[in-house]
Design a protein around this ligand. Structure first.
Ligand code: ADP
Ligand code: TMP
Length: 239
């Protein structure tokens, strides 16, 4: 598959067209951003680590019967994916309270949410990704009721698979964000799953092993991502 025109430069990845109308190449860069682009830094190795991490997770999800856009790794920083018509809604599942939920509702960080909470955010940098509800997403034409139901169902399935995977590595999957798109009329999981888009805590010490280390200036960001990878069996030895 040949890499062609640069279609889009996001905050962490660049998106290229290929010679196939149905495929794109995503390039994971070392850029880290937080607070809607206010804090930006380059973190050595982040692109390679997240590309490999994401491939591992996408393969686990495919094994569990969840269709994803992942096709194959092309290089340490590049992945071939199905080209999706992205739905501009981010699906967030929370097992424990953290981040914006604590800020919004005044809840103590770490409170277990039973059952897990499902939230939607409108993917729009200019507006700071505001929270939206299903009714708004339907009325504004971002997704149909059926598509949203499928996205919620798939997000719950991902939660079941990944909660267990991270638990085996001694970690709590606190929350995570997924993006979906349409591929030939089917809802397919797109974008990435990496410590950039989720929260992971050590089960015993509650040490943060995710992008909150960057947001909160705790240091050791990529080292923490590598620790998570090692705990769940992602092989990073050749990158
Ligand atoms: P952002 O756009 O939030 O800055 P990234 O830097 O990760 O995020 O950019 C990657 C972009 O590619 C995102 O906008 C994402 O929605 C989009 N994307 C991810 N997977 C696919 C796919 N399979 N098909 C089309 N677009 C995709
Ligand atoms: P939040 O607490 O900031 O709402 O985020 C919840 C989870 O979703 C957290 O793991 C970070 C992730 N997330 C993103 O990666 N990108 C986003 O734009 C949003 C809204 C959340």
């Amino acid at each position: 598959m040949l890499k062609q025109t640069l279609l889009y430069t996001g905050k962490a990845k660049s998106v290229y067209e290929t010679d196939s109308a149905d495929h794109l190449i995503l390039v994971f860069r070392d850029d880290a951003s937080a607070f809607n682009g206010e804090k930006i830094e380059q973190l050595d190795r982040k692109g390679k680590v997240n590309n490999r991490f994401n491939a591992f997770i996408m393969e686990k999800l495919a094994e569990a019967g969840i269709e994803t856009h992942f096709e194959k790794l092309l290089s340490p920083t590049e992945v071939l994916v199905k080209k999706l018509q992205m739905i501009p809604v981010e699906c967030v599942m929370r097992n424990y309270a953290a981040g914006s939920l604590c800020r919004r509702l005044g809840i103590e960080e770490g409170k277990e949410l039973v059952p897990p909470t499902f939230e939607l955010f409108f993917k729009d940098d200019a507006l700071g990704d505001p929270m939206v509800n299903e009714s708004q997403a339907i009325s504004l034409g971002w997704a149909t009721e059926e598509q949203l139901a499928q996205m919620k169902d798939l997000t719950q399935k991902v939660n079941v698979v990944l909660k267990d995977l991270f638990a085996k590595g001694g970690m709590l999957l606190v929350d995570f964000k997924l993006e979906f798109g349409v591929f030939h009329d089917r809802i397919v999981l797109g974008d990435e799953f990496s410590p950039d888009g989720c929260r992971l805590w050590d089960k015993e010490t509650k040490k943060k092993l995710d992008k909150d280390r960057f947001r909160q200036g705790l240091g050791g960001v990529v080292e923490a991502y590598e620790e998570v990878a090692a705990r769940i069996g992602v092989d990073l030895s050749d990158i």
